[in-house]
Design a protein around this ligand. Structure first.
Ligand SMILES: [Zn+2]
Length: 400
């Protein structure tokens, strides 16, 4: 594919980060500007890899796309220059480095899966935060992935050279590609030592040691295929840093070794559950006392007995139960605000209907919810609006 409109410098050497090129075409592109050069080191989004960022002259390049004419279009928010101008290009080093690490890691990981377990790569996505590979496998076990990860990190440690060569499609049979290619003509072949040979147009490290580290971070099933998520190079190091900070904080808080964290936290969660149950038991015992105290604060609105309180019980079921007990005790309407909800209850005996009352109240105030004859709930209630709720409920009771 060499000899396109744009001479792609990264094709032969991914380490070229500064270059000079001459503008052969430029113009507007969907409200922005595009520039085509006779030669460029900028990588356009393709083959599952993201585009480079950087500058042409003093203009920031915000996107790089590959047109159907195979020319590399550098997209910017203002014009770079005129046709015939020579401009200097500068690639964003860190971003390119991450892409190289990720792409090289992907070749090694794809090779490991096919070599150790016979699973071919179906598709690849290399994202800003992590990479994923879809494999021709319904399932890959944790044990299989552990061996794969070890294989990959061994290849990285051996610091094997990553080389680029160009092979005529007719001669590809001798090369032994991991995955056949549909491309014709002169094919770009990327070799990772004697481990992996692939037809690929992406940017890679010049030796596997630059990948530094490969960590498999997850596996999921999409379209019936196993999709493996991985981190490599700078991404993996950033991830390790944040995980180390988090676990260090936890080991200090819980005064234990990092290996003991899961057991310690399981223990704490069991304790919390037991304490919650104890609180529930104690609260049930205290319920009649609370109901008595709250009932004593009942007040009259015309001919209606009303109880209106803001509660904080940490247990909605208990609050609902309490509302029922109080309603029976005062033979009136109970309104509780609890955890952002308006709980309503009416006496067991009598004609009042809490569900109906809640529906009408909801319609007037734009709150959502409902309930039974005995009790109802409305979401989105605010404590400071309780006096307003009381007023509307009183009016509704007068109308009924
Ligand atoms: Zn590649």
């Amino acid at each position: 594919m060499v000899g396109d409109v744009t001479d792609r410098l990264y094709y032969r050497d991914s380490s070229v980060l500064s270059f000079e090129g001459t503008i052969v075409e430029c113009g507007e592109h969907e409200g922005r500007w595009y520039t085509i050069l006779d030669r460029s080191a900028f990588y356009p989004t393709s083959g599952g890899q993201q585009h480079d960022l950087g500058r042409l002259g003093d203009v920031d390049i915000v996107d790089v796309v590959e047109g159907e004419d195979a020319a590399v279009r550098h997209i910017s928010n203002k014009p770079v220059g005129d046709v015939g101008d020579t401009v200097s290009g500068e690639i964003d080093h860190e971003r390119r480095r991450r892409h190289q690490q990720q792409h090289t890691a992907q070749h090694i990981l794809s090779q490991a899966l096919v070599r150790l377990w016979g699973f071919d790569t179906l598709s690849v996505h290399l994202g800003e935060d992590y990479g994923t590979i879809e494999f021709a496998a319904a399932e890959i076990t944790a044990e299989q992935l552990e061996l794969v990860e070890s294989f990959c990190n061994d290849v990285i440690t051996r610091n094997l050279p990553v080389t680029i060569s160009f092979v005529e499609d007719a001669d590809l049979a001798d090369v032994g590609l991991r995955r056949p290619t549909a491309r014709t003509g002169k094919i770009r072949v990327v070799s990772v030592g004697d481990i992996d040979v692939s037809a690929c147009g992406g940017t890679h490290c010049s030796a596997t040691g630059e990948v530094a580290l490969l960590k498999i971070t997850g596996i999921e099933k999409i379209r019936g295929h196993a999709v493996v998520r991985f981190l490599s190079g700078d991404q993996a190091i950033t991830d390790y840093r944040s995980r180390f900070a988090a676990t260090s904080r936890l080991t200090r808080m819980l005064t234990c070794h990092v290996d003991d964290l899961p057991a310690k936290i399981e223990h704490l969660l069991a304790d919390i559950k037991a304490l919650r149950n104890q609180i529930s038991d104690l609260s049930r015992e205290l319920l009649p006392t609370w109901a008595g105290e709250i009932a004593a604060r009942a007040f009259q609105e015309g001919s209606h007995t009303i109880v209106a309180e803001v509660l904080d019980l940490q247990d909605n079921r208990l609050a609902v139960k309490l509302a029922g007990v109080v309603a029976d005790r005062v033979q009136g309407v109970v309104l509780f605000i609890h955890e952002g909800r308006l709980l309503m209850s009416v006496p067991e005996a009598g004609d009042l209907d809490a569900g109906l009352l809640a529906r009408k109240l909801g319609e007037r105030l734009g709150l959502k919810g409902g309930g039974s004859k005995r009790r109802a709930q409305l979401g989105g209630a605010a404590s400071d609006k309780l006096p307003e709720y009381v007023k509307v409920v009183t009016r509704l009771l007068d109308e009924m």
